[in-house]
Design a protein. Structure first.
Length: 40
C-alpha cells in the first residue's frame, strides 16, 4: 500500500518536534546547572 506524501510530512514534523523538545530540555537543564554550580 502506497503512503501519501502528507503522511511522510506529518511523521517528519512529529519527529522534528520531539527532537526540538529534547534539545530544549537538555539546554535548559544544563543552563540551570551552570548557573547554580558556583554557589557552594
Amino acid at each position: 500500500m502506497k503512503k501519501s506524501f502528507q503522511h511522510y510530512v506529518r511523521s517528519l514534523h512529529r519527529d522534528l518536534g520531539f527532537i526540538t523538545i529534547g534539545l530544549v530540555v537538555v539546554y535548559s537543564l544544563s543552563g540551570i546547572i551552570l548557573i547554580h554550580r558556583g554557589e557552594n
